[in-house]
Design a binder for this molecule. Structure first.
Ligand SMILES: [Zn+2]
Length: 248
């Protein structure tokens, strides 16, 4: 007997209806695979507006709760399955199954995924706890002075702020995804000479002026042009010694 084309399509539809799983059912199945002898607890799944690809799972008396970034809402079931395996492995303190880890990583690395992640980081990341006005120094005023002295006043002002923590390791950084310069709160004290803040800000402004260069797989952050420009800073040695003393 010959199967008609319509019959064929109908079979396909029926098949996919049988194999269709809701995201919750996928999570339950993964749980069964990881802990075959334990009755499957109630499973809740929440897609959350995180600022990154963080996802987590919690297991308590009320059941399992998966919190997954909403960037993955609508991802193929295979990806959700792989992520569930990774999260369960973490929960059970087992090594991540390699095939799942690989598949998940490859998916996140796709161009459009990288782009969505960059976008949510930009719009959701709460970088700033402060504006440019600190307790001792106003970064905006210092920025404009340096701008005039070294950049003909032509540099567009990025967001300027003080870090939440008084980091000794990272005294300043330029964050291109927020177009922001953040200076360590460690330097926002009257005991710290203004020269130290000026130099850090100048250094970060040079990062705006000379973007990171990619040479094959290598990233060059402080290019030759960058270093030449940095040497133009008056009292450079003095400023660097000050920072060394502050950090030690
Ligand atoms: Zn640098």
């Amino acid at each position: 007997m010959r199967t008609s084309r319509a019959q064929c399509i109908l079979n396909k539809v029926l098949q996919s209806a049988i194999f269709f799983e809701t995201p919750e059912e996928i999570l339950q199945r993964v749980f069964r695979e990881c802990k075959p002898r334990t009755p499957v607890p109630a499973v809740r799944l929440k897609f959350c507006k995180f600022a990154n690809a963080n996802s987590s799972v919690r297991w308590d008396a009320s059941g399992l709760e998966f919190r997954i970034t909403d960037v993955l809402e609508g991802a193929p079931s295979a990806i959700l399955e792989s992520l569930a395996h990774i999260l369960m492995a973490k929960l059970l303190r087992r090594p991540s199954p390699r095939t799942h880890a690989e598949r998940y990583r490859r998916y996140l690395n796709r161009k459009e995924m990288r782009r969505s992640l960059q976008l949510v980081k930009q719009t959701r990341g709460r970088k700033f706890v402060s504006g440019p006005q600190g307790n001792a120094y106003d970064l905006e005023a210092i920025f404009e002075e340096i701008n005039l002295a070294h950049f003909h006043g032509l540099m567009a002002r990025p967001l300027l702020g003080w870090s939440r923590r008084a980091s000794r390791v990272l005294l300043g950084h330029y964050d291109p995804s927020h177009n922001a310069i953040i200076v360590s709160r460690l330097l926002d004290r009257p005991a710290v000479p203004r020269l130290a803040v000026e130099y850090i800000l100048f250094h970060e402004m040079l990062h705006l002026r000379f973007p990171v260069e990619h040479r094959g797989a290598r990233r060059c952050v402080h290019t030759r042009e960058f270093k030449t420009a940095e040497r133009q800073f008056p009292r450079l040695k003095e400023a660097q010694q000050l920072l060394k003393a502050i950090c030690s």
